[in-house]
Design a protein around this ligand. Structure first.
Ligand code: SME
Length: 165
């Protein structure tokens, strides 16, 4: 399943992303805490899109170099730690590039936290200095649920929410 618009929401996915982005920024106005920001983004995006099955952050581990540790998320149980370079999240962290994966089972080293996941997108998250602080991971239960529209919208949203973090 790709984007399905609820009755009272924009039919266009890009318009829906813009609407949710404005809602997220309004909620977070004046809130500097990064965990609160991540929790709010995960909650509001997961609630906004039917194709989001697992939605959340893996943050750069403060206690271990080149490792991600699970952060705020919505969904079934996620793995706790992922090494840089491992799986889709680890590839996003190691390369600093968004990973758009149509078929997770064809991705080398994919980590199956929940075997219902079929496709995913992982977007690097940076602070104001440009340093990587986390990756944002969304999984869907259908193949090729995400496209460059999701990528552009999520990259823009993460830049706006975390560039002043
Ligand atoms: N699919 C991810 C692992 C994290 S979970 O899906 C929650 C990966 O391969 O990086």
């Amino acid at each position: 399943m790709a984007y399905v618009a609820p009755n009272d929401r924009p039919a266009d996915k890009a318009a829906r992303y813009l609407e949710v982005e404005a809602e997220v920024l309004a909620v977070l106005d004046g809130e500097p805490n990064v965990t609160a920001r991540m929790a709010t983004v995960a909650s509001m995006l997961a609630d906004a899109f039917e194709h989001y099955f697992w939605t959340g952050f893996y943050v750069v581990a403060p206690d271990k170099a080149d490792e991600l540790v699970v952060g705020p998320y919505q969904g079934t149980l996620g793995c706790l730690r992922i090494a840089f370079g491992r799986g889709v999240c680890g590839a996003a962290a190691a390369t600093g590039q968004t990973q758009l994966v149509e078929d997770v089972h064809a991705f080398p080293g994919h980590i199956a936290c929940d075997n219902r996941s079929a496709s995913e997108i992982v977007v690097p998250v940076r602070d104001a200095s440009g340093a990587l602080i986390a990756v944002f991971d969304v999984d869907a239960t259908t193949p090729a649920a995400f496209d460059t529209g999701d990528q552009e919208a999520l990259e823009r949203l993460m830049a706006k929410v975390f560039a002043d973090a």
